[in-house]
Each structure stands twice: as structure tokens, then as C-alpha cells.
Design a protein around this ligand. Structure first.
Ligand code: E4P
Length: 213
């Protein structure tokens, strides 16, 4: 499973990118709004830093507008992937963008059938929202498992991005459930790195080394 970061914050992306394991970035309008910066400028900075798919979401609700926006955003860099909401207009836009050679990531996926529709429209990625499913009392990880199974038995090559990740256990479970990618918020990346036994182990090695005869 590849690891993406779910943020529009350049400092967070730079820090995690330095670890050498970051494979891509996802943004959404809420994350971009939080930064209070120019969207296109932020995207340019991300593309200059990260070598992998970078999802940028459209704001139009009609297919034609989504295609126009997506086409313009895709000109920023070949790594830009257009994030499209899971609606009938969105499906039309996915098809239209694919015909123009532009990759899409269908977002706000909450059912296996939505994922199947997005895949059949030609999406390169689908983003099921695990945490938001959990929030309403449905097991978000079951959705990842079902989509992975359906894509597998039908030879569908659309990649599954486990989105709305809230804690490290989500990441482990997404990998076990067959997600191709998890898009992980900065704070969860930091939590994944640490374990008290690792810290204790380093401290003990250093102590023993310093007390050597
Ligand atoms: C997906 O790409 C979205 O940006 C994101 O994962 C949404 O997560 P949230 O439910 O924490 O807002």
C-alpha cells in the first residue's frame, strides 16, 4: 500500500516528504481554505516538491464546468489528478476528462456501488471515506474490503485510496483490507512513526555504549 499525505500545508508536506516514503498528496477545498493561500500557487509548490499523484478538487457542480476546471488544473503539472465528487455530473466529467487523457480521483465515496460506477466511468482512483463512515456508525473498513474484493474479482484497475483516515489503526487496517493507497493526515503520519519501545531501546543502547569498559 502506498502512502499519501492528506493536506494542503506546504510545511507538513515538506517534512513528511523528507522521510523518503511519500508517494502522493491529496487536497480538498476544506484543506485548501484552511491555508488561506492561492490554490494554484499551493499546487505549483506541491508539484515542485513531491514526485507522485497530487489530487486537486474541482468546485463546479456541472460536468462541463468540472471538465473545464479539471483541464485547466491539469496544465499545472502532469502529476495533477483531478478530484471529482461522486455525482451523476461527476461521472460524466470523469469520462470527459479521461477522453482528454486526464486522470481523476472520485471523492466522497460511501458505498461499493458508487466505487463501481466511478471505476466504470474511467476513474484512475476512488476515495472511500473511512472515518466519516465510522462517524455515522458504519464500519468504514468494511467498505474498503468490499471495494477491494469487487475490483479484484472483476479485474478493475482503478486504485482505492483509503481516505478520511483518523488514526494509525486505520492505516494498518486499510493495508490489510486491500487499499492500494492510504491518504494520511500529518498528525497520523507522526503517530505512525513512534513507539515507546523503540525510544526505550535507543536509550538503553546509548547507555550501554556510553558505559562500555
Ligand atoms: C480525501 O481525499 C479527503 O481529503 C479526506 O481524506 C477527508 O477526510 P476528513 O473526513 O478527515 O475530512
Amino acid at each position: 500500500m502506498k502512502l499519501f499525505i492528506d493536506t494542503a500545508n506546504i510545511r507538513e508536506i515538506a517534512e513528511i516528504n523528507d522521510w523518503g516514503v511519500l508517494a502522493g498528496v491529496t487536497t480538498n477545498p476544506s484543506l485548501v481554505a484552511k491555508e488561506g493561500r492561492d490554490f494554484l500557487e499551493v499546487l505549483r509548490e506541491i508539484t515542485a516538491m513531491v514526485d507522485g499523484p497530487i489530487s486537486a478538487e474541482v468546485l463546479s457542480t456541472e460536468a462541463e464546468g468540472m471538465i473545464q476546471e479539471g483541464t485547466a488544473l491539469s496544465k499545472i503539472h502532469p502529476n495533477i489528478v483531478i478530484k471529482i465528487p461522486m455525482t451523476a455530473e461527476g461521472l460524466k466529467a470523469v469520462k470527459g476528462l479521461k477522453e482528454r487523457g486526464i486522470r481523476t480521483n472520485v471523492t466522497l465515496v460511501f458505498s461499493a456501488n458508487q466505487a463501481l460506477l466511478a471505476a466504470r466511468a474511467g476513474a484512475a482512483y476512488v476515495s472511500p471515506f473511512v472515518g466519516r463512515m465510522d462517524d455515522i456508525g458504519n464500519a468504514g473498513m468494511d467498505l474498503i474490503r468490499d471495494i477491494a474484493h469487487i475490483f479484484d474479482i472483476h479485474g478493475i484497475d482503478t486504485e482505492i485510496i483509503a481516505a478520511s483516515i483518523r488514526h494509525p489503526i486505520h492505516v494498518t487496517e486499510a493495508a490489510l483490507a486491500g487499499a492500494h493507497i492510504a491518504t494520511i493526515p500529518y498528525d497520523v503520519w507522526k503517530k505512525m512513526l513512534v513507539h515507546p519501545m523503540t525510544e526505550q531501546g535507543i536509550e538503553k543502547f546509548m547507555q550501554d555504549w556510553n558505559n562500555r569498559k
